[in-house]
Design a protein. Structure first.
Lengths: 483, 355, 307
């Protein structure tokens, strides 16, 4: 399951299908601090289509991470989504933002943030069905993003036990239903180099779809030889479960993954628990092992029982990736996944992400400050500056023909091989203070081509198909896309 | 490393710590010359005259030799169980025996207070942090704040005053205000002699052994005020640390990861936050236990509760060196072993510490 | 990217403030919060009482600041009567109000001494151990740990007992019991300060070990230590009064002291609650004030709240 493609027709091609997977419209996020209100994200809109890799690039403080967090509804305590619409796979994640908070004016011009607990609870219920399951996130700091007191195996299994109980049940039940004869058929067929689709069909005929991942995993393992692979597959039928477990699993599947009422009390007794949810936990650990192998974790079996502090940064990031892909999400948000790692590990992780993108076909929202990294993996790119999205284009288009002065400045500052210079080219000035940003275009204080009109908020203009800019230089239409 | 190796290592570390304790006791007893030490070992009930005993002790402990030598001889006697003699208004005999008689009562008091502190303090700290600035939170903070600002013995006195016959209103006259048991009830009972019950020296257990449920109930009633006083003082600081530690933990990256996984908020708090938040509480538990043991002394003094603390204050008032030394030893021992338990718990909670 | 500053205009950040401004900011945050403001007020009032009692006791209505004034003709405690005996009298016929006022001074004085002495010794030991490291570290910290193997109250009782049983001995005993806590605390703080760049810079410019310890490490460790001191003052007052309550007393039995007052009134407590109520209340309010102040200081100094 984790290695397969969507059992839906047609992977996404260069043209986006009808409805974008993620739509962000007019997003505005602010932070209420002692020093004032920081306007971190100012009217940002973009779309990500299914299967597409969209890069969000910009310097520190431009708001790209906060955009990602806002999409996941993980904005930190002091921040609020003031307005905007975030639509993911048809669900509106921001339908109640007006009620979620209240800004209270206190003395000396200070403001205090009050949260509406009921609205937040409602949000929680809705979004916790989506987060971790259809939309997952890889964070920037692998060193602190894992809980230090639990083993890796437990933390990876956690996602599966939360969202993918049915698939776990299917795996166990399929093994239970398998017989040595049926498996022999499979292994005979496998000797002739099977494709995954063919395997699936074979298993479907035998009524053993739940075995697909386990068989495919055994077949794609690189650490064992052909004979051993066959033996592993054949041994799958050896692992039977007790009748009480069987009944439990069947009932569990019927009640859609919630522990059925009659088993609740039984599940509290330690010994019985081992046969009930204990079976699921063990299965989840096995799947975790498979996931860790997929992300090329060295010594995966050992890692399962290790604690985060025993792993290196690169390994921890692989764990994060494994957790993120475990539910085969539609969208993976990667927030500077390689920034805290050294260059060789960085290359490995990027290669891993590329491979996963191939096998997997989730959309990826890739955040980075390094345009070089972005160019390795993204289809389309958005450039952010001081809380605004200033340009969006396809990757090749952006490199060939950047329109916004900031983007042009960025490209110009990258030293090019073969070019002779005495000084690196730079963009003069510094990033503005976001409590009191410049009126109109926030880049105008540093822009070499600024003129009087720039003191008014610039419009978003589609310069070409799929290439948009936030700049007065490209037309004087007063039309603002999301105003 | 695995948990058991960590535990084994900690147990081995006990030895130098215990030696350190003996060193302290030895040094304290030698302040101002060895006269005090001799005083602690004089047995007034012995048929041997005091002067002779003094000479014997001089020889036995090599009191003419350098300090280091004296320490070894004293330590030898100590390990063999000779801890000196105590002579106070409540008991006169060997120090070891006094400890044997009084410690169980103190143990009951301390254990009850600790358990209540844990049961009330920790969940309340969690709730208080999660429902930050709510009415529950503010009330909890206020109560906890009062708890660690209030002098324990004064609180005890106020409780005594409130619950005694003449003050406030007689409706509150339901709890006994001092002692371990009502005198009338206990007179004529052969297993209770001058404040000590036999065989376990714990009135609660002994009354059950002897089948006297009425005495048991009475003993329980007598325990209520002392336990409440002691618990309140200890719980207050545990609550405060738990709450602040929860707040710190809630800001950690891995909590954000847990939320990103789509876990229910309830799970995030109970599985990911709470266990990590307990770690700093554990670190401070050593200090909390020290306060508890100190508080025991005060509470026992105020409530005339016959335990080690009460014995300590009597020893102090009566100038009984043996008693003071013995009390220091037993408090030290209790503290050291309590710290061992805390360290083991810490090792269990935090895998990083096992390396 | 280049960070050349243009003329500061709207949208460009301004540089960080000086140390004085930092202190002013701390003070401002402190008084903004009502609880810390109250704490500060309480502490100031108590300090004022102590000072006035020492210099012009009659301002407070106190006859003799160094001794309680007994009235043997009326030794039994009598109830509060305004205005002659606002707190009532205690055994033996002493006006409780005057006694409490002077006792505040006495307790504050001793507690301050104890905490400062303990903090001074402990900080130096802890910082030395942390900074120098190696054998000195091991030796000092083992030494400190030995002291920490006995809970502080019984330990103080034992030490005070052998030193003699006067108040000065109690103070010395408490200082001995208290410094290890500071040593531990300062040790931890110093360990993290040690890693800072300016320490390396000082070393590189040839400053000796002791010089670095006293010029660089200790000043930077002082801020959290200071917070700890303010929190501890509240505790120490309580512990000191607890020890006097148990039975340690000065050679002068009429020296006003809060714990002594409570123990004097112990037998009369049930019949005459005021004899223990007011002295204890004095301790409680001071502890509350000190704790509020200490907490407030710690919050005010927390970098997260200062942005």
């Amino acid at each position: 399951m984790h290695l397969t493609q969507e059992a839906e027709p047609n992977a996404v091609t260069a043209t986006a299908p009808t409805e974008p997977l993620l739509q962000v419209n007019g997003l505005r996020v602010s932070f209420i601090t002692r020093a004032g209100r920081i306007q971190a994200i100012n009217d940002v809109s973009f779309e990500v289509s299914a299967g597409e890799t969209f890069g969000l690039v910009g310097e520190t403080g431009c708001g790209k991470s906060q955009t990602a967090l806002a999409v996941m509804r993980l904005t930190p305590e002091a921040g609020i989504i003031e307005r905007g619409k975030i639509q993911f796979a048809g669900a509106n994640l921001t339908d109640n933002i007006a009620h979620e908070f209240k800004i209270v004016q206190k003395k000396h011009g200070r403001v205090k943030l009050k949260r509406n607990k009921a609205a937040l609870k409602q949000l929680g219920q809705k979004i916790n069905q989506i987060r971790g399951k259809d939309m997952s996130m890889i964070f920037q700091e692998p060193m602190t993003s894992l809980n230090p007191v639990y083993t890796i195996g437990r933390q990876v299994s956690e996602v599966l036990l939360r969202h993918k109980v049915i698939s776990l049940v299917d795996r166990i039940l399929a093994r239970n239903a398998a017989t040595k004869e049926k498996l022999r058929e499979i292994t005979n067929a496998a000797a002739r180099d099977l494709s995954q689709a063919e395997l699936r069909e074979l298993l479907q005929q035998a009524g053993l779809e739940g075995l697909e991942d386990q068989v495919w995993f055994a077949l794609s393992r690189k650490d064992i030889g052909a004979t051993q692979k066959i033996r592993t597959i054949n041994n799958l039928s050896e692992r039977k479960i007790k009748p009480i477990t069987f009944r439990f699993l069947v009932r569990l599947k019927e009640s859609k993954g919630q522990i059925p009422g009659e088993y609740r009390i039984l599940n509290k007794i330690p010994i019985v628990r081992r046969w009930l949810s204990g079976v699921l936990e063990k299965e989840a650990l096995e799947v975790s092992y498979e996931l860790l192998s997929v992300v090329n974790m060295p010594n995966a079996a050992n890692v399962l029982t290790s604690y985060p502090h025993e792993l290196s940064g690169g390994m921890r990031q692989r764990v994060m990736i494994a957790m993120a892909i475990s539910t085969k999400p539609k969208l993976v948000i990667a927030d500077e996944p390689t920034s805290a790692l050294d260059v060789t590990v960085q290359a490995q992780i990027l290669e891993l992400l590329r491979e996963l993108k191939r096998t997997f076909n989730s959309a990826i929202l890739f955040i980075s400050h390094d345009i070089g990294v972005v160019s390795e993996i993204c289809d389309r790119v958005g450039v952010m500056y001081a809380g605004n999205l200033v340009e969006v284009a396809r990757l090749d288009e952006l490199f060939a023909d950047a329109k916004h002065p900031y983007t042009q400045g960025l490209f110009a500052s990258i030293p090019k091989y073969g070019e002779k210079r005495e000084l690196l080219q730079t963009i003069e000035g510094t990033v503005p203070n976001l409590i009191n940003p410049p009126t109109g275009c926030r880049f105008r204080t540093r822009c070499t081509r600024a003129f009087e009109k720039c003191s008014q908020p610039p419009p978003w203009l589609e310069v070409e198909q799929g290439h948009g800019v936030l700049c007065w230089l490209y037309g004087d239409s007063e039309k603002h896309v999301n105003q | 490393m695995k948990l058991r190796y960590y535990i084994a290592r900690r147990v081995l570390l006990l030895i130098p710590t215990l030696l350190g304790l003996t060193l302290i006791v030895f040094i304290i007893s030698h302040v101002g010359g060895s006269a005090r030490l001799i005083g602690a070992y004089i047995n007034i009930h012995s048929s041997v005259p005091v002067v002779v005993q003094e000479q014997q002790l001089m020889a036995r402990f090599h009191l003419k030799d350098p300090l280091v030598v004296q320490y070894f001889y004293w330590l030898a006697a100590f390990i063999q169980g000779n801890w000196g003699y105590t002579q106070t208004s409540i008991y006169s005999g060997t120090v070891l025996q006094a400890i044997n008689l009084f410690f169980p009562n103190t143990l009951v008091l301390s254990v009850l207070a600790s358990v209540l502190t844990g049961i009330i303090g920790i969940p309340l700290g969690v709730w208080s942090a999660v429902r930050k600035d709510s009415v529950l939170d503010q009330a909890t903070r206020a109560i906890s704040f009062a708890g660690y600002s209030i002098p324990l013995y004064w609180l005890g006195l106020i409780l005594i005053i409130t619950f005694s016959t003449s003050n406030v209103c007689s409706c509150l006259n339901i709890l006994p205000i001092s002692g371990t048991v009502t005198v009338n009830l206990i007179s004529g009972v052969d297993w209770y002699i001058s404040g000590i019950s036999y065989p376990t020296h714990v009135l609660l257990i002994d009354s059950l052994i002897h089948g006297r449920l009425d005495i048991f109930g009475d003993a329980v009633l007598h325990l209520i005020l002392p336990v409440v006083t002691l618990t309140y003082g200890t719980m207050a600081s545990v609550l405060r640390v738990m709450r602040s530690s929860m707040q710190d933990t809630l800001n950690q990256d891995y909590v954000r990861t847990a939320r990103a996984k789509g876990l229910e908020e309830k799970t995030v708090i109970n599985v990911h936050v709470r266990r990590n938040a307990l770690i700093p509480v554990c670190t401070l538990l050593g200090y909390t236990i020290a306060s508890l043991l100190g508080g025991v002394v005060l509470v026992e003094a105020v409530f005339d509760y016959l335990g080690i603390g009460y014995w300590t204050t009597q020893a102090m008032l009566n100038g009984d060196v043996g008693g003071i030394m013995g009390a220091t030893v037993i408090f030290g021992l209790a503290f050291i072993f309590a710290n061992l338990a805390v360290d083991v718990t810490y090792g269990f909670l935090d895998p990083r510490i096992r390396h | 990217m280049d960070a050349k500053q243009d003329t500061p205009e709207k949208g460009v950040r301004t540089p960080v403030s000086t140390r004085l401004q930092e202190y002013k900011l701390t003070f401002k945050i402190l008084v903004e919060s009502p609880s810390s403001a109250v704490g500060l007020l309480i502490v100031l009032i108590y300090s004022a009482i102590a000072v006035i009692d020492f210099t012009y006791p009659s301002l407070l209505g106190v006859q003799d600041a160094f001794s309680m004034v007994p009235d043997y003709s009326n030794p039994v405690p009598s109830a509060p009567v305004w205005p002659i005996h606002p707190f009532g009298t205690t055994f033996p016929g002493v006006d409780l109000y005057q006694a409490v006022m002077s006792a505040i001074r006495v307790d504050l004085w001793y507690s301050l001494l104890i905490v400062l002495a303990g903090a001074a010794i402990g900080t130096v030991v802890g910082v030395l151990a942390a900074y120098v490291g190696g054998y000195l570290d091991e030796a000092l910290m083992r030494f400190t740990d030995i002291f920490l193997s006995v809970p502080y109250l019984p330990f103080a009782i034992a030490v005070a007992f052998v030193l003699g049983r006067a108040l000065d001995d109690v103070s010395i005993a408490l200082a001995i019991v208290w410094w290890p806590l500071y040593a531990r605390y300062a040790y931890g703080q110093a360990l993290s300060v040690k890693e800072n760049a300016y320490i390396e810079a000082a070393k590189a410019s040839g400053v000796g070990t002791l010089g670095i310890v006293f010029q660089h490490v200790i000043p930077n460790v002082l801020t959290p230590i200071f917070v700890q001191i303010s929190l501890d003052l509240g505790t120490v007052v309580q512990v000191f009064a607890a020890l006097t309550f148990i039975g340690f007393a000065s050679a002068n039995p009429l020296l006003p002291e809060l714990g002594t007052l409570i123990s004097n009134g112990f037998q009369y407590a049930v019949a005459a609650p005021w004899v223990v109520f007011f002295p204890g209340l004095a301790i409680l309010i001071f502890a509350i004030g000190m704790n509020l102040l200490g907490d407030g200081l710690r919050d005010a100094l927390d970098p997260r709240g200062r942005t």
